[in-house]
Design a protein around this ligand. Structure first.
Ligand SMILES: [Zn+2]
Ligand SMILES: [Zn+2]
Length: 146
């Protein structure tokens, strides 16, 4: 490889990682937006639940909270998925004990020293990329995950 080739391939590599970064950032922004939206929805349901409880209590009636509880469970599930996606892009896990963002692969939390729960993940046998558990194809190289 000539000197010029090396330079230009170096530039291309840098260019690629920059566009990957840009992609990650726009994906992060999207996920953060979705998380905020669902958090607002959750707050809204909690408020409705509080109001329903108050009314039931005040009127001495049973009140039916099942539907609202179900909605909140649903939103919680969505939030978990969105957050996991965000953490994956950021390459972090959240410490169960203190909520600190800890780099993936850490055994202990740098803030409180608690053991870090490793996220369920699979590794691509071909390129070694860490993928969410249940992935069927590698997001980097497209290899099928066994
Ligand atoms: Zn911690
Ligand atoms: Zn791969």
């Amino acid at each position: 490889m000539s000197f010029i080739d090396k330079i230009s391939s170096g530039v291309t590599e840098a260019g690629n990682s920059i566009s990957q970064k840009a992609k990650d950032i726009s994906e992060q922004t999207k996920l953060s937006g979705e998380i905020a939206k669902n958090k607002a929805r959750r707050d809204e349901y909690i408020m409705q639940l509080g109001e329903a409880y108050y009314q039931a209590h005040k009127n001495g009636t049973e009140g039916n909270f099942d539907e609202l509880m179900e909605q909140i469970d649903l939103v919680d599930g969505i939030l978990d998925n969105l957050k996991e996606g965000l953490y994956q892009i950021k390459g972090i896990v959240i410490c169960d004990q203190c909520g600190t963002e800890v780099p993936r692969g850490s055994a202990f939390c740098p803030s409180c020293g608690a053991q870090v729960r490793q996220p369920a993940s699979v590794r691509c046998a071909k390129c070694g990329t860490e993928l969410a558990a249940g992935s069927r194809f590698c997001i980097k190289c497209g290899a099928r995950i066994e």
